[in-house]
Design a protein around this ligand. Sequence first.
Ligand code: MEV
Length: 308
Amino acid sequence: MPLSLHPHAAAHGKAIVLGEHSVVYGFPAMAAALPDALRLEATALPDPHAPSTLYMPDWDLQIELRVESEHPVARACLEVLGHCDGPLQGWAIAGRSRLPPGAGLGSSAALTVAIARLVLGPTASIDDVVAGSMAGERVFHGEPSGIDSEVAARGGMLRFVRGEAPTPVTFDGPLPLIVVPSRVGRSTADQVAKVRSRYDRFPRLTQPLLQVLGRSVDDGIEALKARDFDALGEIMQVAHEVLSAFAVSSPILDALCSTALRHGALGAKLTGAGGGGCIVVLPGPNPGSIIDAFTADGYEPLQVELLP
Ligand code: MEV
């Protein structure tokens, strides 16, 4: 077992552009990294047998990583450290993150990827880092597809199919997006369970819906490559409406999407698990009026320019 952690590690956040939920059932998804969204620093405590600590002021989080702890973040971090054969005590880990926690932007994957990197170091293989992250992600989310960990570790825009190596999506120039946190919390595991329950009750009805969500990914990638943003926006609309059929949207998310569309967006949909969390908006030629509308309503939209 290594006696030390590396002093620094970083990871990306993520915004799923298309294919959330259907990705759990083996269909493709497309997700973009939000670069350098989380950084951690590790320092040795004077007592190597003292419980390790995690301090994330942006998340109001200050905890001890004790084996007997019930705190999901403590349990997840210890799972990652254990999986990667890292030290389970004697370290102070502190970090900064610009991701709101639990909002569907991959905060838990960013944290677990960065913890894995503290153990495995900057030259570790992506697959080893992702495997370490997944040990922690299972504590948070049950049986996640792995898309969040892959994007948090790799960066860029990825086409991801569960159980396969992801492929980078190449396209010309930046893809401008606006991410709007609804400030409504939710549990990814609960939203995934909601989709599962509808799927189990009505498999013949819901299987074609999952196929549409999967198809939206490859049609969306084609539109992105052709820089046909009108088409990409319309495909995002279809995806949001199909996701609503699984009851993972909400009146607030629908209202946020309507605000974006009223102010000229080409498309707007929930991103991630839904039920709360964020929407992702494809702005038209005038993103400023969309930003102003959300800001006037008291929201804090995040403007991102995604690169391949
Ligand atoms: C969560 O970021 C994305 C979901 O598709 C769940 C998963 O992929 O594990 C809702």
